[in-house]
Design a protein around this ligand. Sequence first.
Ligand code: 13P
Length: 253
Amino acid sequence: MRTPIIAGNWKMNTSVNEAVELVKRMLQVDRVKGVKKIICPPFVSLVPVKNLIENSSIELGAQNMYFEEKGAMTGEISPIMLNELCRYVILGHSERRQYFAETDEMINKKVKTAIRFNLVPILCVGETLKEKETEKTRDVVSRQVSRGLEGINATDSLVIAYEPIWAIGTGKSASVAEATNTISLIRATIEKMWSREKAETISILYGGSTNKQNITEFVRQDEIDGALVGGASLKADEFVDMVKQTAEIKNKA
Ligand code: 13P
């Protein structure tokens, strides 16, 4: 039985003070049971946010990580720095792939390193609009999953987020059928690499223009274990509402 997850990726938003204010207004989700609540603020806000959520059920994640533990890598953040602070780390987000030239090979190294340092990777995969229009979604996504997880033994310490690039920040989410089909494909890809049993333990989220209006459509599907939320996670009330709606639907099932 997979516990549903609502994770907020704040991206490059919020000053430290704004992050603190935002999380204070989110603390009310503490009471919601049966859903993992994860927030991923910018690196500089991890410590103050950690202090605020310490006695709550809200968990913390980072938005990126380098794949070596230390050394001459100016400006990078290592798993050793993160594992004192948080449990999760988003890896391979399409914005990292697009704007910072991250390859499947680099992402695979990051996933391996994260697991080695007891961080749970939230591995992001998803196709571009062009790939969708030329019917390459299945090829692209299954390749990103198998390359991202290459050489990694079966583990429960992993979350995957299917985030079609054309749906991110556009206000145009994938249809429920598109999200469900691709998430089933991701699970089948993991099954091929590991086993059916292991594939069934991995939480797979949908991400891309989710909000309080459409979250229920997605989480009503057994295949979809929750959402990785961008813009809507910057509004405390909206994030809290999405967590509550998810709890209501998933706990009923
Ligand atoms: P939006 O929810 O703003 O579309 O962003 C999704 C996303 O990229 C989360 O990682």
